[in-house]
Design a protein around this ligand. Structure first.
Ligand code: ZN
Length: 134
């Protein structure tokens, strides 16, 4: 039924912004088992952060390495196409604006990258515990 080439399909799939991505589900599950309770994508906060802790005023942003251009990891190569470059640079800009807006409302943010979760989810949990319990 799929009349697209695998290449075209993968471009389309990468372009779909899902709010329930796999890395996000992994982090949610981890935090839940560790006893944390949270809210998801609240409409009343800038950028609708992925996971929020209203009482602590802390938000966790889970970023796909390609989509959010993770500079410290190999998968975040910016494609040569001007269209993609513009799109990705806009994402970088938007991420900055969201974090600044949250900070100005008194919220602290932590970013978790997709590759960190793939490398060691227990390390990510330790990092988030430090962030949340500080
Ligand atoms: Zn990465």
């Amino acid at each position: 039924m799929d009349n697209l080439t695998p290449e075209k399909r993968s471009i389309i799939m990468r372009a779909i912004k899902s709010s329930n991505t796999k890395p996000e589900l992994i982090v949610r599950k981890m935090l839940h088992s560790a006893g944390y309770r949270y809210r998801l994508h609240p409409k009343n906060l800038p950028g609708r952060p992925d996971i929020v802790f209203p009482v602590r005023r802390k938000a966790i942003l889970i970023h796909g390495c390609f989509w959010h251009v993770h500079k410290l990891c190999g998968t975040a190569r910016i494609p040569d196409s001007p269209m993609w470059r513009e799109k990705l640079f806009r994402n970088i800009q938007r991420d900055k604006e969201v974090r600044t807006a949250l900070r100005s409302l008194g919220w602290q943010t932590a970013v978790v990258w997709e590759c960190e979760i793939n490398k060691s989810s227990s390390k990510v949990l330790r990092k988030l515990k430090l962030f949340l319990d500080a």
